[in-house]
Ligand binder design. Structure first.
Ligand code: ZN
Length: 674
């Protein structure tokens, strides 16, 4: 539940250029609705051996083989709808300049991006701007054989089910419904729970399974769908002979190929365990795999492939299928290794009550990686940092792996230059200057500290339920990790360690954090709506709390210039003190499982939006034409064949368009029926 830093809006700020990048690389791929699609470069791919590149190729096949799973998890009609839309898209012979077609094109691009009919971030259903008549006319042109019919289903039945799912705003309006005043299971449109299943039934079911005295509990519900059959609650487990079996069979095949060219025995061992888990669905095996995976740090090549993050489940249990294939970025790994090897110093010196600190911070491994393939829930929208595994007891006993996706961060940065953001939102030239000079490095450092130290720090008091904070658990956990990172950015320790060279560098990140948390992230919220997503709640919580609690000393102010609102930070040192105070309090809440205090903080600071300021931010953004959300297409991996048709090497190509890539994936990695 705690390893995803969403690609934040903050990264749309143009940062200073960083390491060695190809200035001629074209990052921009497509633009529609509130989305920009970029491509990323894979630096250092050439330094790998052919065998490492082949391993990456096989793992990438395994990654893409799971694509249909996330579509189906996100909504039970998504695969049928995708097939219908793609049929229309590829066979359309009418006027491509018509209003209906243009709107249709926008819609299919949104659906591709959301891995279904709901927005990847807000989880609200997309609103089609083409007419129902247009849709029906186009579907009528599709021959029966090409229709995504379920066994026994007629064309008429298909159309009568799908049409309201696409067009009626009251049908399946939200994928992840989080308002705890209502039944979040019944009201969520995702496909993680079957028809008629209630939140109470799910909670009862799992409470029955959970042994509160088990020191090593499996991640209940991580790989299953709960359904009601003849009035009885049943778990449909995702595994080779269970739900999603055909997709899992392909994943297993490619994992097995990857194992045959693995770099070392430890990799082979964890791939074997992962395959065993996929075959059986046994969550104990998943934990065993996770431990082996966490402890393997020698290889260059690494990957995530499975049901991992639970942001898509309103109860935070079931993992959305995702995959990242990556390899070590040698040039930048040194930085995070330095941080990780000093983990105990950071833990000991944090402003947190000593009862909540770890005596021994274990195995915080940290590396910077280059993504080579993003898939499932990590595609097209992706994280910029990952910290896994998620199971608390594994993290406590075996540590975790923490990575920063350098080439993704870099692509965000490079694609942002010259977009006018700083001129519009940053208060003055000196602040702009410090951001130009230091925001890239402090942003990277913030991610490192958040992932390597923040999530790994602190401990629960004995007997405290790790899920005690319930629906606020994710937001408070992200806040804890962010605060830990923010607290240490100004610390002399970073200069001592040779990571920063200017004691004022942190001001770049502090300014950006307040600006983003109080203002610019609102660009992702529709007028009149609350903030819901955990990372966004966390950011507003921190920024609004600092503004409020620093009021009497005027630590941070909102000021007006030419009728526009700006963030003014008057006292950076006091701001750091406030960060330390809030870190101590949120760690206390987590360590004691103080649910009520968590609710109070979230409700007071994290959810509500000032409608006037919101409107202003939207207008100022509109004048810039910066898309609120961005994501990526992948490079195309092309196997180089030897004389006998065997793969001897792999090369990368970058030329695909967004629709070309989506259509190719649908064709090549169709595993679940349509
Ligand atoms: Zn995090």
């Amino acid at each position: 539940m705690k390893s995803l830093i969403a690609a934040m809006l903050a990264s749309s700020i143009a940062l200073s250029a960083s390491a060695v990048v190809d200035k001629n690389f074209d990052y921009h791929v497509d633009r529609f609705a509130d989305i920009e699609v970029l491509r990323y470069e894979v630096p250092e791919f050439d330094r790998l051996t052919p065998q490492q590149r082949i391993m990456i190729y096989y793992l990438s096949q395994a990654a893409q083989a799971g694509r249909d799973i996330i579509w189906d998890q996100n909504g039970k009609y998504n695969l049928q709808i995708r097939k219908l839309l793609e049929n229309i898209y590829t066979s359309f012979s009418g006027d491509k300049n018509s209003k209906d077609y243009k709107a249709f094109e926008k819609y299919i691009k949104q659906v591709w991006f959301g891995n279904g009919i709901h927005h990847h971030y807000s989880t609200d259903k997309f609103t089609p701007e083409f007419s129902e008549d247009f849709f029906k006319e186009q579907v009528a042109l599709i021959p029966d054989a090409s229709l995504p019919l379920q066994p026994g289903q007629t064309r008429e039945e298909l159309i009568s089910i799908i049409t309201p799912v696409i067009f009626d705003p009251t049908v399946m309006p939200k994928r992840v419904f989080q308002d705890g005043a209502f039944d979040v299971v019944v009201n969520s449109a995702s496909n993680l729970y079957g028809e008629g299943v209630t939140q109470q039934e799910v909670e009862d079911y799992y409470n029955n399974l959970k042994d509160p005295n088990d020191p090593e509990p499996v991640s209940y519900g991580l790989n299953s769908r709960i359904v009601k059959e003849n009035g009885e609650i049943k778990e449909q487990v995702y595994h080779l002979n269970g739900l999603y079996g055909p997709a899992i069979a392909k994943i297993i095949y490619w994992l097995d190929m990857a194992k045959s060219v693995a770099e070392n025995d430890a990799q082979k061992a964890y791939i074997t365990k992962l395959i065993d888990y996929y075959i059986t669905g046994d969550l104990k095996l998943f934990d065993e795999y996770s431990i082996l995976w966490t402890e393997e740090t020698d290889g260059d090549v690494d990957f995530v492939n499975g049901f991992i993050e639970s942001y898509g489940d309103p109860l935070g249990m079931t993992g959305s299928w995702e995959s990242y294939v990556n390899f070590k970025n040698q040039a930048s790994t040194k930085r995070t290794e330095t941080i990780a090897s000093n983990a105990q110093w950071f833990e000991d010196n944090s402003p947190v009550d000593s009862r909540f600190k770890k005596d021994k911070v274990k195995g915080v491994s940290a590396k910077v990686i280059n993504a080579a393939m993003l898939a499932g829930d990590a595609f097209p929208s992706t994280a910029i940092g990952i910290n896994l595994p998620n199971a608390n007891w594994i993290r406590a006993a075996h540590g975790s792996k923490s990575v920063t996706l350098e080439n993704i961060t870099e692509a965000y940065d490079m694609a942002s230059h010259g977009n006018g953001f700083n001129e519009e939102f940053v208060i003055d030239a000196p602040t702009s200057q410090i951001m130009d000079d230091y925001l890239y490095i402090t942003d990277m450092l913030h991610t490192d500290l958040h992932e390597c130290l923040g999530h790994a720090s602190g401990q629960l008091l004995p007997g405290v339920d790790p899920d005690a904070l319930k629906e606020n658990g994710s937001a408070l956990e992200e806040a804890r990790a962010d605060l830990f990172a923010l607290y240490y950015l100004p610390d002399n320790k970073l200069i001592e360690l040779g990571i920063l060279d200017n004691p004022d560098a942190y001001k770049a990140e502090y300014y950006k954090y307040m600006l983003n948390g109080l203002m610019t992230q609102l660009n992702r919220i529709e007028p009149g709506k609350d903030i819901e997503e955990a990372h966004m709640r966390n950011r507003q919580l921190i920024a609004a709390w600092i503004l409020d609690n620093g009021k009497k000393d005027k630590v941070v102010e909102l000021v007006k210039k030419n009728g526009k609102t700006f963030i003014k930070i008057n006292d950076y040192k006091k701001m750091r003190n406030l960060i330390g105070q809030l870190l101590a309090e949120i760690q206390r809440i987590k360590s004691e499982g103080d649910y009520d205090a968590g609710v109070a903080l979230i409700n007071k600071y994290a959810v509500k939006v000032d409608p006037k300021l919101h409107k202003e931010v939207l207008e100022r953004f509109a004048s810039l034409d910066i898309p609120p959300y961005r994501g990526f297409i992948n490079p195309v991996m092309v196997p180089v064949l030897g004389e006998k048709g065997e793969i001897v090497d792999v090369s990368l190509q970058y030329g695909e368009t967004y629709p070309q890539q989506m259509l190719r994936l649908s064709k090549d990695f169709k595993t679940l029926g349509y």
